[in-house]
Design a protein around this ligand. Structure first.
Ligand code: GLN
Length: 309
């Protein structure tokens, strides 16, 4: 098996040479301005190393990767009561699909599709003004990554709000079933802002460390969530983290992952490392095309899989 440094460098070099990158998301106009040639990858290992290759220090819009952190925060607040308002099944549908909501009484299939994450935002709003809830999410992410320089890109948030008709439809529809407790406008304000958090691969890999280490930050030993909760969040990432491409990602990569339309993926190798990869071009399911391929290659090189004996 190669050293991790060497494996990351090899994967980054190979991805830099590829031209089949997929297309950058443009339905959020601000995301369409990103250079599709960017590629970064980072690993934060449980034994304290941080290994980088490519554009691993350049911040990008983490988009739906943020849903891992908002779910973690919301579970900390309301515990398993969250599951009365959000399901835990893969949707088999695109991230912004509305179809299943009608048959399931406004209860989204899982917390990682847009509808589910909007309910999670609504939960985080309880007792707060939107700006307080947004601040709490940002501080939590900064705490997880041990990095106070992480910010929210207000232009991305505004760009998404200006064009977010589908998300408004999802929120209004769930409100009609009574599954939003605040005005859709307010829950969406929280949602758009956490999707607009900008992080580098280094920062994202650092923020995911607790999931690779049984719920504890491996650097400080402090518990972020219980071991059981870390495992369950990992299970949801594996089954639902790539929308209607979740089965394919599990099949090819073999570890839990969460993607975002900014082209980022957070991957978790339990007991070993937290990984982040960024390549803005997307595949047909809205997941980073080269990011997925890079993680598949890396996992194979390092013999990483949750099914490894
Ligand atoms: N903010 C994006 C949206 O709501 C997140 C989608 C994603 O990353 N898949 O459309």
């Amino acid at each position: 098996m190669p050293e991790l440094e060497q494996a990351l460098a090899e994967v980054a070099a190979e991805m830099a040479g590829r031209t089949d990158r997929g297309d950058v998301a443009t339905y959020i106009p601000q995301l369409g301005k990103v250079d599709p040639k960017k590629f970064g990858i980072a690993a934060a290992t449980n034994d304290g190393r941080v290994i980088l290759a490519g554009d691993a220090d350049q911040p990008f819009s983490i988009q739906s990767v943020s849903k891992v952190f908002t779910l973690t925060l919301a579970l900390g607040k309301v515990g398993d009561a969250l599951w009365q308002r959000v399901g835990r099944e893969p949707s088999g549908n695109p991230f912004n699909s509305i179809v299943q909501l009608e048959h399931e009484n406004g209860i989204p299939r899982n917390p990682f599709i847009n509808a589910g994450a909007i309910v999670v935002s609504d939960i985080l709003l309880a007792g707060h003004q939107p700006r307080e809830a947004i601040g709490e999410i940002l501080r939590f992410v900064q705490f997880l990554a041990d990095d106070d320089t992480i910010i929210i890109d207000r232009e991305v948030a505004a760009s998404e709000r200006a064009t977010g008709y589908r998300n408004f439809a999802l929120a209004n529809y769930m409100k009609s079933f009574g599954n939003l407790h605040h005005e859709p406008e307010l829950a969406l304000g929280v949602y758009f802002h956490h999707c607009a958090i900008a992080m580098s691969c280094r920062q994202l890999a650092m923020a995911g460390r607790f999931l690779a280490n049984g719920g504890r930050n491996p650097a400080t030993g402090h518990s972020v969530v219980s071991t059981e909760r870390a495992r369950r969040i990992g299970a949801l990432m594996l089954t639902c983290g790539h929308y209607d491409g979740s089965g394919d990602f599990a099949f090819h990569v073999g570890i839990p992952g969460k993607s975002g339309v900014g082209g980022g993926i957070l991957g978790i190798v339990p007991g070993v490392a937290s990984l982040a990869v960024w390549s803005p071009g997307l595949n047909e399911n809205g997941n980073s095309k080269l990011g997925s391929i890079a993680l598949e290659k890396l996992a194979r090189m390092m013999n990483w899989s949750i099914f490894a004996p």
